[in-house]
Design a protein around this ligand. Structure first.
Ligand code: SAH
Length: 362
């Protein structure tokens, strides 16, 4: 089989896609408004293929299909939780699997999306890390997760996006940046920038790149430990990007950042940790999200009991820092990114079979 060399229109940021399409229509002597017409059918009122763009004459649809591709992600598994949370496992063209979670909450619908297949960072409590890094996702695969849920019957429409699925978004900035444009641009998915959150372990060049974007995308930083000594043991990336530098980057970020802090029983949940964490948060006026460890968390960790989380939150709050405790969602379907993929690949190792990342309401 000869490889498909047609460019995938879903890989292009809005301006790029429109330019490409305009040039193509120009070359054929077709009116330019056709470009916006086609682009509108990629994200806004999505279709699976050119043939479904019935407002175009058939010969034009056929010619488009010869020149370009509209890729899709194959839905491998769909699971619904009693609390309404839904989890989707997609199979990519090369056999990789990624996960997307849709979390309803009142009038909000948050999609938790993946930016990489697997992850290189090896955070001690995270099962995606235990899978290892497979590869970066393309824009068509990142923004495409949202497109696929919009294509369902009935469609699921997001109000919020969090990059808290598999992978480290700021280690795939090349694809995440155009994906942000596709998510946010009114001509594409049209989700407000303040409703899109990038979650990172603190990849400094990525934070700079995000800060340089004019839109008000939100930044969440996975802190998880208030000192370098402890953070190093939980997050190997702390050697490359130490806490002081991450905090400094958060301080210079021109929008308010969120700290994510997963509560690990007996590890990072003591009163002294609360005091240190509060100090860091005050340093950069961060908002703190305490995350209960997913019950199926990585081997060797136990969740902090709920009443201790409440006490920890109060201690941080007493120091003048805004704190929220996240609710875990979709527990009955193990709506923890990593598990479905793990089952699918038949991995039976305890660390991988236990799930990692739970679903958060950002
Ligand atoms: N790589 C990015 C984004 C993906 S992880 C990051 O680390 O921020 C999204 C969040 O889920 C991170 O804060 C991560 O630490 C957290 N997480 C991972 N495993 C978890 C678990 N077992 N329980 C609760 N949260 C977990």
């Amino acid at each position: 089989m000869t490889p498909d060399t047609r460019p995938d229109l879903l890989d292009l940021a809005p301006d790029e896609a429109l330019t490409t399409l305009r040039e193509w229509f120009d070359a054929r002597g077709e009116p330019r408004y056709r470009a916006a017409q086609v682009f509108g059918r990629l994200w806004q009122r999505p279709v699976r293929g050119f043939d479904d763009i019935t407002e175009l004459p058939k010969p034009l649809r056929e010619a488009l299909a010869e020149a370009f591709r509209i890729s899709s992600l194959e839905l491998a598994t769909r699971q619904q939780s009693r609390d309404g949370t839904e989890k989707f496992l997609f199979r990519l063209h090369d056999g990789q699997f990624i996960e997307t979670v849709a979390i309803p909450d009142g009038d909000r619908m948050t999609f938790c999306i993946s930016s990489q297949a697997g992850c290189a960072l090896q955070c001690a409590f995270c099962a995606t890390g235990a899978m290892g890094f497979q590869r970066n996702l393309t824009p068509a695969e990142i923004a495409g997760q949202v497109r696929e849920l919009r294509l369902l019957d009935p469609p699921i429409l997001p109000t919020n996006i969090v990059f808290m699925g598999m992978g480290e978004p700021l280690m795939n900035w090349k694809a995440v940046s155009p994906s942000l444009s596709l998510l946010n641009d009114a001509r594409a998915l049209g989700i407000g920038a303040r409703h899109i959150t990038i979650s990172t372990v603190g990849v400094l060049p990525g934070i700079e790149a995000l800060a340089a974007r004019p839109e008000q995308f939100r930044l969440a930083i996975s802190i998880h430990a208030p000192s370098d000594a402890l953070r190093r043991t939980l997050m190997p990336v702390n050697v490359k990007y130490p806490l002081v530098d991450v905090i400094a980057a958060a301080r210079t970020f021109d929008r308010r950042v969120t700290f994510e802090y997963v509560m690990l029983g007996g590890v990072n949940d003591q009163p002294a940790h609360a005091a240190e964490l509060a100090q860091l948060a005050r340093d950069c006026r961060a908002f703190v999200n305490l995350i209960p460890l997913h019950p199926g968390g990585a081997m060797g960790f136990t969740p902090t009991p709920t009443e201790d989380i409440t006490r920890f939150a109060a201690a941080v709050r007493a120091r003048g820092v805004e704190v929220a405790v996240r609710r875990s969602r979709g527990l009955d379907i193990a709506a923890a990114c990593g598990q479905l993929r793990t089952e699918r690949l038949g991995r039976r190792a305890p660390v991988a079979a236990e799930t990692d990342r739970d679903v958060h309401v950002a």
